[in-house]
Design a protein around this ligand. Structure first.
Ligand code: SDX
Length: 433
């Protein structure tokens, strides 16, 4: 089959270049612009990388128009229904579903790495009690690079695999301890006999003084939410981990940079921002329409948090799944204490989806719109929501990092720019300014 190309003609000089078109398994083909600068002296300009493929990847596929999300080719809906978070971790990292024996071995391996060096506990006491848990998690995960550095060869697949096991295993411990420290509660140690989600809930809410059994429906909902948040193509935090890792930086330091990026309210911090928005709406006494109008007002920085997405121009498939979990969890609530939040979310969704402003811009609920309502119902504090997102996304970050490091042709990422600053000018002595 003849290779597809596109031809670019420089109208000012008549010079032209044929650029190869790189064909995907699915999704848009890409134009290979690597020869462009050498041939015609041009860079390409794409702030925010809206139309730029930063890499070739085999891990996650998204179709923003159709609302498709697949991990290693498996639709997210099927993984949500049949898989578990640790099985999904295996799939994302190794590229295939494990046999029963392989999954058992993987779970045992993860259970061997859930503890952290006792010295790491002292890092927590350096934070103020009111420090945001994302700040704590970023600092503590970054500190892991001080514990695992000298003996790690990031060019050795086996060493990279150990890093992945350590991060998957330690994130719940580090995350739960971020909460325990802020509350002045003793750190609870991981329990191998509990599932991944149960162990996290145990470390979050158990106390040494009495036995604690995680609520099975909360553990099931959390495991599902972790699956839905595990990876998402080249989103901002994943691109950060890839860029940091491309300089051959310590992978724990690269993941700490990913945590920093995820924290922003335009990205993973939106789940916390959605609840703050819903609470403000409920407490303001103002109609929901008032907030929808504010979100449309260009002079107002207010945005409908949990709405819109860089890629999805239809319903985020994860939001559909989480919306259902929301109903299941809140339907089982005896006192309906959190139903008001969900009711407001549903009303906001209905108004926005029928408003031309949102329709014309293809703004739909994204994964963050409903996840916070579940976390509130589970008793997870607001400032821990993005910590849970980071815990889930760690497997995506480290799988994408491993894919990049496995590529012999991988190079340090170094974007260029369109310089629009001052032309060359001479220094002026201060006496003449
Ligand atoms: C995540 O990339 C990923 O995959 C991320 C993520 C993952 O799993 O990693 O999916 C997780 O980050 C989900 C997104 C969570 N963020 C929010 O919910 C915050 C609210 N959303 C917006 O900030 C915004 O929609 C973004 C940041 C999500 C997307 O930003 P874009 O692609 O830059 O959107 P845009 O600015 O190009 O929007 C187009 C138009 C603009 O209006 P016009 O200039 O055309 O008139 O839509 C408007 C925007 O002002 N718009 C919104 C809006 N989102 C976009 N208007 C009101 N409310 C909103 N939420």
């Amino acid at each position: 089959m003849t290779k597809k190309t596109v031809t670019l003609i420089d109208d000012s000089t008549g010079r032209e270049i044929k650029l190869d078109v790189l064909e995907p398994t699915a999704g848009p083909p890409t134009i290979d612009v690597r020869p462009l600068y050498k041939a015609l002296g041009y860079f390409t300009y794409d702030p925010g990388y809206v139309s730029t493929a930063s890499c070739a990847s085999t891990i996650t596929y998204m179709d923003g128009e159709q609302g498709v999300l697949q991990y290693r080719g498996y639709p997210i809906e099927q993984l949500a229904e049949h898989s578990s978070y640790l099985e999904t971790c295996y799939l994302l990292y190794y590229g295939r579903l494990p046999t029963a024996a392989e999954l058992d071995t993987f779970i045992d391996t993860i259970n061997q790495h859930t503890m952290v060096h006792e010295a790491l506990k002292r890092f927590y006491s350096g934070f103020r009690r009111d420090a945001h848990p994302m700040a704590i998690m970023m600092g503590v995960v970054g500190a892991l690079s001080a514990f695992y550095h000298e003996h790690m060869n990031i060019h050795d697949p086996h060493d990279r695999e150990i890093v992945a096991h350590q991060l998957i295993a330690k994130m719940p411990t580090i995350a739960a301890w971020s909460y325990r420290y802020a509350k002045g509660l003793p750190f609870m140690y991981p329990r191998a006999k509990l599932s991944y989600a149960e162990d996290f809930l145990h470390m979050m809410f158990a106390n040494p003084t009495a036995p604690y059994t995680p609520d099975p429906k909360f553990a099931k909902a959390l495991d599902l939410i972790l699956i839905l948040h595990a990876d998402h193509e080249q989103n901002a935090s994943t691109s950060t981990v890839r860029l940091s890792g491309s300089s051959e930086a310590n992978p724990f330091a690269a993941v700490a940079a990913g945590i920093a990026t995820l924290w922003g309210p335009a990205h993973g911090g939106a789940n916390e921002a959605v609840i703050r928005m819903l609470q403000e709406i409920n407490e303001s006494g103002k109609p929901i329409e008032h907030y929808v109008e504010r979100a449309k007002d260009k002079n107002d920085r207010f945005r409908l948090m949990g709405f819109g997405h860089r890629v999805y121009k239809t319903y985020d498939p994860r939001a559909r799944i989480i919306r259902k979990i929301c109903h299941d969890i809140l339907d089982s609530e005896t006192d309906g204490e959190h139903q008001k939040l969900l009711d407001t979310a549903m009303k906001l969704e209905e108004i926005a989806l029928n408003d031309p402003y949102f329709q014309q811009r293809n703004l739909y609920p994204n994964v963050d719109f409903y996840s916070g309502v579940i976390f509130v119902a589970m008793g997870i504090p607001l400032n821990m929501f993005t910590v849970l997102f980071a815990m889930a996304r760690t497997i995506g970050w480290i799988s994408q990092w491993n894919e990049m490091m496995s590529d012999e042709k991988s190079r340090i990422g170094r974007p260029r720019q369109l310089y629009v600053g001052e032309a060359t000018r001479d220094y002026v002595p201060i006496s003449q300014r």
